[in-house]
Design a protein around this ligand. Structure first.
Ligand SMILES: Nc1ncnc2c1ncn2[C@@H]1O[C@H](COP(=O)(O)OP(=O)(O)O)[C@@H](O)[C@H]1O
Ligand SMILES: [Mg+2]
Length: 253
């Protein structure tokens, strides 16, 4: 079963073509990585899939049955997003941040009585039990990101969108986030993450799509792509393809 099936999705903003005929599928339980430089269309694709913006053309189906434009509500009940620029509410403690996020959904997706219990569990998952009563403004970038991940998980989503989850935090912080993502995947959650960090791809992703200028230029397992392009490392695939795509874009303009 596909949790995500995208067919020829395009998105144009006035003069910018942000996505060009993107097609890909994500299987249940998979960690799928969308790898691309800044401005390549990663966030735009996530926003389309969650019904936050409408595609200009093309379509996508989530959970084998929900159309991204028509069934936005059903999709949001079953999925969750860690936005790229997400931040904690710094005047609240770690625990309060998670509860606050849960409160927004309570009575809707989460029964109120379950909220406290689930918050306890999530604090364990992100390893912040002993710091839960401290204000998040005192936290490191990596700890804040973990609070945000826990907040994202409060609705117990089957599909989790993580927009650059490891960007902007230090190496150890990023490594902790990667372990967390692996643990989620082993609970059969499906994960769609974006990154421009090749470590994320090498250590996390079952399959990867490389996107440049809104177009998918490679798709497969990291190992398949290495074989296909006759190189030792996904880094070389990326460098080769991004350079080529940029060169072609320069020739066209
Ligand atoms: N709301 C918007 N209005 C106009 N242009 C936008 C908007 N959102 C994104 N873009 C443009 O679309 C392209 C892709 O952006 P984005 O999806 O944010 O890239 P990424 O997440 O890969 O860095 C960029 O050229 C960006 O400037
Ligand atoms: Mg982005």
């Amino acid at each position: 079963m596909y949790v995500i099936e995208i067919n020829n999705l395009s998105k144009r903003f006035r003069n910018t073509i942000a996505l060009q005929e993107v097609s890909l599928t994500v299987k249940r339980g998979e960690i799928f990585g969308l790898l691309g430089p800044n401005g390549s269309g990663k966030t735009t694709l996530i926003r389309c899939l969650l019904g936050l913006i409408r595609p200009t053309s093309g379509s996508a189906t989530l959970f084998n049955q929900y159309d991204i434009v028509r069934d936005m509500y059903e999709i949001r009940k079953r999925s969750s997003l860690l936005p790229q620029e997400a931040n904690c509410v710094e005047m609240l403690t770690a625990r309060e941040n998670i509860l606050y996020q849960g409160g927004i959904h309570s009575g809707d997706v989460i029964p109120k009585e379950e909220l406290e219990k689930r918050t306890d569990e999530l604090l364990e998952v992100v390893e912040l039990v002993d710091r839960q009563h401290e204000l998040t403004k005192t936290f490191s970038g990596g700890m804040k990101r973990r609070v945000m991940v826990a907040s994202t998980l409060i609705t117990d989503p089957d599909l989790i969108f993580l927009d650059e989850p490891t960007t902007g935090i230090d190496i150890l912080g990023a490594q902790t986030i990667r372990t967390l993502i692996q643990n989620l995947s082993s609970q059969n959650k499906s994960i769609f993450l974006t990154t421009h960090d090749l470590t994320d791809i090498n250590e996390l992703c079952d399959r990867v799509a490389i996107i440049v200028n809104g177009r998918i230029i490679a798709l497969g397992t990291p190992a398949d792509l290495e074989v296909e392009h006759n190189v030792q490392d996904i880094k070389d695939v990326y460098t080769k393809l991004v350079r080529k795509a940029r060169l072609e874009a320069t020739i066209k303009t």
